[in-house]
Ligand binder design. Sequence first.
Ligand code: IPE
Ligand code: IPE
Ligand code: MG
Length: 247
Amino acid sequence: MPSPTSGKIPQHVAIIMDGNGRWAKSRGLPRLEGHRRGVETVRTVVDAARAIGIRYITLYAFSVENWKRPPDEISGLMGLLDYFLKRELDNLIKNRVRLLTIGRTSELPANVQRELNRVIEATKDFKEWTLVLALNYGSRTEVADAARDYAAAVQAGRENLADASWDNFSRYLYTAAIPEPDLLIRTSGEQRVSNFLLLQCAYAEMVFTPVTWPDFGQADLQAAVDEYGRRERRFGLTTEQIQSGAK
Ligand code: IPE
Ligand code: IPE
Ligand code: MG
């Protein structure tokens, strides 16, 4: 019997784009070639997400831990990010996709920050579709930043400690303006979340696929959405409560 959520389209899909290095290695290519191919996948997946009706897509592009990678890989990734932003601006405008970022973007190279600001500014009025890039992102850093800002607001008298709650605190996270992910996908076979949206994914459905990011395509996204549609999200309730429409 289909569950009540059967056929549902997730409003927000978050993706841990993993496996670029292994994709390249298995072909005898440099890791950066995998990242280059990974950039092509981004456009494919953003287009596919719109076709399915997914309104928010968040892509984990660079973690706070990724600074520990070899310097030439890091500069290669930053170069690709710059290239991606320059190349995609027209396409995002044409398709009415708003760009947002989460993470400590102020620590990214100046040229990347400039391109980010340009694209964010040019797409800020679009409401239908949102692409969120997680850049220099880590959940623990996000919580530390939010706790600092929350404490400062308490000190300044803008928040009252007696009102401390998830709803109040979560307004200080990078994701304050973004709904929580319904579906989290990780490519390339790893089954871990690697410091990504740990609090926001409290009730996300998770789908792990062995396909590496450069090989991930429209059919793989559709398969993950179909899997999501077969799941029953209960949010702590019983199946009977869900079926009788309680929430
Ligand atoms: C994901 O691919 C891209 C980034 C983390 C920037 P990886 O580079 O992690 O690829 P693998 O995991 O080494 O195959
Ligand atoms: C997670 O992938 C970060 C991004 C996809 C940007 P990693 O490849 O860095 O994660 P670990 O190290 O395998 O956990
Ligand atoms: Mg990896």
